[in-house]
Design a binder for this molecule. Structure first.
Ligand code: PGA
Length: 262
């Protein structure tokens, strides 16, 4: 696991965007896994800038979103469908037919989940999966005690997640469709971003704690190609900080592309 700590989240977003842009340039038909929430907004903003100012071409790219609330229509202000379209997909030259978001308004959720897994397989699998982490240590909506082998399915949200995702005065659904931890681990590369002190404990447990279904993100330790990008606040609970910085220094010499440098 490559752990990169930047002074600010803005720098993290720019570095993450370079890593994603390199992936697209080296494989124009890349399959990306997308995440919603606040954390990747700067990354998407930077990718939009790369598209507008540097011609980064998304015309061959396919995307799969990690999760979606159940029981609200796609045009509901809280739907992840609307969020990812507004914040990213509608601002790049991706083909809409190549974008995939679980259908939380489906009348047959189980069939929808099975079809979603099949669509990922049919695309050739995800090359690079973007992830955030919840206060509970969740990735996607894989709340604590989710099976580390789980696939796309219906998941009940934890109290913490409901609190964190609710905007003042609004309710959010109690359940969601989420790719499973097993589905996420199938991606060829994982890029997890975290920012701020509300994530400090979850990040430390995920990176340095035992692998446990109580902290879904700890499953990333099982994956051979993970990059974690943190700001100082999110990294504050890590005990091997000096080592991570040395690894980054050596990586810049031997595999600069992993840092988004080439
Ligand atoms: P956030 O959500 O980026 O809005 O903090 C992250 C997550 O819940 O995975």
């Amino acid at each position: 696991m490559l752990v990169i700590i930047n002074p600010t989240h803005e720098q993290t977003s720019i570095q993450a965007a370079r890593i994603v842009a390199n992936q697209i340039r080296s494989k124009p038909r890349s399959v990306l896994g997308l995440s919603t929430g606040k954390t990747p907004l700067g990354l998407y903003g930077e990718l939009i800038r790369c598209h507008r100012e540097e011609g980064l071409d998304f015309s061959g790219v396919t995307t799969f979103n990690l999760d979606e609330y159940v029981g609200i229509p796609r045009d509901h202000p809280q739907s992840f469908y609307l969020q990812i379209h507004r914040n990213f997909l509608d601002q790049i030259n991706i083909k809409q037919e190549n974008t995939h978001i679980p259908d939380g308004s489906s009348s047959d959720i189980e069939a929808t989940c099975i079809e979603y897994e099949q669509a990922i397989r049919d695309s050739g699998g995800i090359d690079l999966q973007i992830l955030g982490i919840g206060r509970t240590g969740h990735i996607g909506f894989n709340e604590p005690t989710s099976s580390l082998a789980s696939r796309t399915r219906l998941k009940t949200l934890s109290d913490e997640t409901i609190q964190d995702n609710r905007k003042i005065g609004e309710d959010i659904p109690a359940v969601a469709i989420t790719m499973g931890i097993g589905s996420i681990l199938d991606a060829r590369q994982l890029l997890m971003l975290a920012s701020g002190n509300s994530k400090t404990t979850a990040v430390a447990k995920a990176i340095e704690g035992p692998i446990t279904s109580s902290v879904s993100a700890s499953a990333l330790q099982l994956h051979p190609n993970v990059t974690v990008l943190l700001d100082e606040a999110a990294a504050a609970g890590l005990t091997h900080r000096g080592y991570y910085d040395r690894v980054v220094e050596q990586t810049s010499k031997y595999s600069p592309e992993r840092l988004g440098l080439e």
